[in-house]
Design a protein around this ligand. Structure first.
Ligand code: AMP
Length: 416
């Protein structure tokens, strides 16, 4: 027996019945983003490995452990994109978009790839919707992006959502702060849990998440990055918060919010959904004022986010399943005896060409089986072709039947 193939670890098939919810997520995002002036741009799913090494950051988990990297036949090192921002910035520079009115507002959607340990809500191929505004440092940009993401999530009906907001300042402020935090932790080493103590050098911010009683006491008094922002960054953050307040957005200030990518500066945010268990992040982003320069452009401030389509779909699943049960396809299923099958295909084709949803039996079912199939596919009508050439149109929900001239079918079914 040949071995059975399965989708690769950490990937999954999206079956027909799972499509509507995912399609809706992208449609709502597209409508709201395009209404706000964001234009769609698609970039390749693979890029030069160096783009991500430089753009995402050599020291990040993504670059160190999670990239799907391969060599092409010309010996070039390529990587399946682990995120969108570096690609969008590469395209911004490649197409000279700095010459357009700024900020350039772009959105994209598609698959991304990270070699992570798979679990519920965490996959090796996942789908994101991304929005990026490149070329302005105005706090209005940060606020606009957060408002758009929040409104998309709200329109979709995701429940139990919380917005966490922080500011990282500049890379220099951040580095100085981390040194200060390390010294602070060292001066309280005796009170910390072993785990936190062992990670003072590698990840001192972890200490803020600890459950350990002694560590928590130490952290209650610890300096936070928000207290150390330089005046311009602090003022920028104040303005972002004020804009969110006056647009009725509630958020939790989170001085320990760190994101897995090196390029963030100033504002960072994450949307979390409490219905999702461990992988609760449904979207996040922030400002990345240094990235364009890092990729060879002029210093250019920018801000963006990514929404996780798979996780939002998971959060919406129960409701969608219920809605799916009631769905009818508004179309017609043509039921025919053996002799009428050719005519059934011709009629279905005519209807489809007229833009009407039409289906027919392709499996040699008897009439009774065909009626069942009409019901199963959710057709609103069944058209029953009798051997003598007569045709009957049956309303599948009321059971009402009437004889009909097939020549008038398109007209009858197009009528509202
Ligand atoms: P990030 O690009 O890491 O900021 O992630 C933005 C959003 O993408 C997250 O909030 C998740 O919803 C989603 N996401 C990131 N990584 C994964 C993954 N491995 N599997 C599924 N969704 C993911």
């Amino acid at each position: 027996m040949p071995e059975k193939f399965k989708a690769p670890r950490g990937t999954f098939d999206v079956l027909p019945e799972q499509q509507p919810v995912r399609r809706r997520i992208v449609e709502v995002a597209q409508r709201r983003l395009e209404a706000a002036g964001y234009g769609r741009m698609d970039t390749p799913v693979f890029e030069d490995t160096d783009l991500f090494a430089r753009g995402v950051g050599e020291s990040t988990d993504i670059v160190q452990k999670q990239m799907f990297t391969f060599e092409d036949q010309g010996g070039r090192s390529l990587t399946l994109r682990p995120e969108a921002t570096a690609s969008v910035c590469r395209a911004y520079l490649e197409h000279g978009m700095q010459k357009l009115a700024q900020p350039a507002k772009l959105w994209t959607e598609g698959p991304f790839f990270r070699h992570e340990r798979p679990q519920a809500g965490r996959y090796r191929q996942f789908t994101q919707v991304n929005a990026e505004a490149i070329g302005s440092d105005s706090p209005l940009v940060d606020a606009e992006l957060i408002l758009l993401a929040g409104d998309i999530i709200a329109e979709l009906g995701v429940e139990g959502v919380r917005l966490r907001l922080g500011s990282l300042g500049t890379p220099e402020t951040r580095a100085a702060y981390l040194d200060e935090l390390r010294s602070y932790l060292r001066s309280h080493e005796g009170d910390l849990s072993d785990e936190v103590r062992n990670r003072i050098d590698a990840n001192p911010l972890r200490a803020f998440d600890a459950d350990h009683e002694g560590t928590r006491k130490v952290m209650a008094e610890a300096p936070t990055l928000l207290d150390r922002l330089d005046p311009a960054d602090a003022e920028h953050f104040e303005q972002v918060k004020a804009l969110l307040d006056c647009n009725g957005v509630s958020f939790d200030l989170d001085p320990t919010l760190v994101r897995g990518l090196d390029y963030y500066t100033r504002t960072v945010f994450e949307f979390e959904c409490d219905r999702l268990g461990a992988q609760s992040g449904i979207g996040g982003g922030g400002r990345y004022d240094g990235l364009i320069e890092l990729l060879g452009g002029q210093p250019t401030p920018a801000c963006g986010w990514a929404l996780g389509v798979d996780r939002i779909a998971l959060a919406l699943e129960p409701d969608e399943a219920q809605a799916g049960e009631k769905e009818t396809n508004d179309g017609v299923f043509i039921v025919a005896e053996e002799v009428g099958r050719q005519r059934a295909l011709a009629l279905a084709t005519e209807l489809r060409r007229a833009g009407i949803t039409a289906d027919l039996d392709l499996a040699g079912r008897a009439i009774k089986g065909q009626m069942k199939q009409a019901d199963r596919v959710g057709a609103r009508h069944a058209l029953i072709l009798a051997g003598d050439g007569k045709a009957t149109l049956r309303d599948m929900s009321s059971g009402e039947e009437r004889e009909i001239d097939p020549a008038t079918l398109v007209e009858t079914l197009s009528a509202p």
